[in-house]
Design a protein around this ligand. Structure first.
Ligand SMILES: Cc1cc2nc3c(=O)[nH]c(=O)nc-3n(C[C@H](O)[C@H](O)[C@H](O)COP(=O)(O)OP(=O)(O)OC[C@H]3O[C@@H](n4cnc5c(N)ncnc54)[C@H](O)[C@@H]3O)c2cc1C
Length: 393
């Protein structure tokens, strides 16, 4: 088997990248460890992905947005950040970014579904499922990807999109800064009595972090972050006891809660690859940067990165240049690194400070939010960051 580009990982980043390359004249293969059925009809995984205006524009351009049921897309108008026992907090409003809303919430499995549907059946994109990678061999002008079933896939460029725990990244000899936050994050849909007005909450409470992601109707996804032992106790609750526990944790601010979805728990590990490229290879999505979800930026960043790399490749192919040229790969590395590092570093700082319950840290937490709340330019800068990227179609 010989293709121009081999992508490892048919997650949202890998499939969006394949879609971005479709029609470029290049032959693409996407390798996925999971069986075809799991990729063709992804199961609900509890993640509600907050998408920025720039991400919506990319998803529109790739033809994904139109494939997502509008009723499953929830408006994200404003965001409120609350510290400890406070009842109010820092509010980032869409108006600060001169828009009607900060972004949208879309279930992750529907993004994956739409991404699969846009590549399924394309002549120039082949999906090979149910097979992992056992090794990589560099040869002149290309890379041989050894598959676990004994086959070999030759490619001019190898792109790793195989998650933050990327095996391909390791096979390429690329190291990564990895930080285990030592906590677990639970996500679950609930119905609640009082309206949320489409405002997302990030509540850095003492001993726990809560988030509320507003879904259409009186529904939301609640997000709870706890150390593993405490999380096991929450996981063991039945649905009614879980809803009561969440209602108590949210101090009844949304009234009665009822569990309406399944619970999903994720480990909290942040990863930043030392390099995003190697000889005839590049990393995209979480394989390059695996963000802590607290600032809801992982996939937004992954989408930007894949678009950047795809644009470089398309330009090289159209000009008859090498699609894995060193200078071109370095350009991608530089551009994506400088977009990703400030966000990654800031997210790590926020996650560390706002889960530190020592008295000195509590003072700093409160003071920082108060100052930020009074600084209109700061609030505007965040709103502008989320809403930049041009009006969505
Ligand atoms: C609870 C939670 C909430 C989040 N909320 C947001 C949010 O609001 N906004 C946002 O922008 N981001 C959010 N994220 C981040 C977002 O989900 C990820 O950034 C995104 O899923 C990364 O996509 P990916 O394709 O790079 O990796 P993944 O989704 O991890 O997909 C990787 C794919 O590669 C496959 N694979 C792995 N190893 C191999 C191998 N060796 N061979 C072949 N295939 C392999 C896997 O089976 C999988 O299909 C959140 C994450 C979590 C956990």
């Amino acid at each position: 088997m010989q293709v121009d580009i081999a992508i490892v990982g048919a997650g949202p980043a890998g499939l969006c990248f394949a879609r971005s390359l479709a029609g470029s004249g290049l032959r693409v293969a996407v390798l996925e460890r999971q069986p075809h059925a799991s990729i063709a009809a992804p199961a609900f995984d509890g993640r509600e992905i907050a998408l920025t205006h720039a991400s919506r524009r990319i998803l529109d351009d790739l033809g994904l947005w139109a494939r997502i049921d509008p009723e499953q897309i929830s408006d994200l108008r404003d965001a409120r950040i609350i510290d400890g026992d406070a009842t109010d907090g820092l509010t980032i409003t869409a108006g600060d970014g001169r828009r009607d809303q900060l972004g949208w919430l879309v279930p992750n499995h529907l993004i994956r579904q739409a991404a699969f549907d846009t590549v399924d059946g394309l002549d120039d994109v082949e999906l090979l499922c149910g097979v992992g990678v056992s090794g990589i061999v560099h040869r002149s002008g290309g890379v041989d990807v050894m598959l676990q079933d004994g086959r070999t896939l030759g490619a001019r460029l190898l792109v790793a999109a195989d998650s933050r725990f990327s095996e391909v990244r390791r096979m390429l000899g690329i190291g990564a800064r990895s930080r285990d936050f030592g906590k677990r994050m639970l996500v679950c849909r609930v119905a609640h009595e009082k309206p949320h007005a489409h405002v997302a909450w990030e509540w850095f409470d003492y001993g726990q972090t809560l988030a509320l992601l507003p879904l259409n109707g009186h529904r939301a996804s609640v997000v709870l972050t706890l150390p593993p032992q405490q999380m096991r106790e929450v996981e063991a609750l039945d649905d009614a006891a879980f809803a009561a526990d969440m209602q108590r944790r949210f101090r009844d601010r949304l009234g009665t809660m009822t569990t309406i979805g399944t619970r999903h728990v994720y480990p909290l590990v942040g990863v930043f690859a030392d390099r995003f490229v190697a000889g005839r290879a590049a990393l995209i999505g979480d394989a390059a940067v695996g963000m802590h979800p607290v600032t809801a930026h992982g996939f937004n960043l992954g989408l930007q990165g894949q678009a950047r790399l795809a644009a470089e490749i398309r330009e090289a192919a159209a000009a008859g240049r090498d699609i894995a040229g060193e200078r071109m790969l370095r350009r991608y590395d530089r551009a994506h690194r400088s977009a990703a590092w400030p966000l990654f570093a800031a997210t790590g700082l926020v996650a560390s400070l706002y889960t530190d319950d020592r008295p000195s840290a509590r003072l700093l937490r409160t003071a920082t939010l108060r100052i930020a709340n009074r600084l209109a330019p700061f609030r505007r800068a965040i709103a502008a960051h989320l809403t930049q990227g041009g009006a969505a179609k």
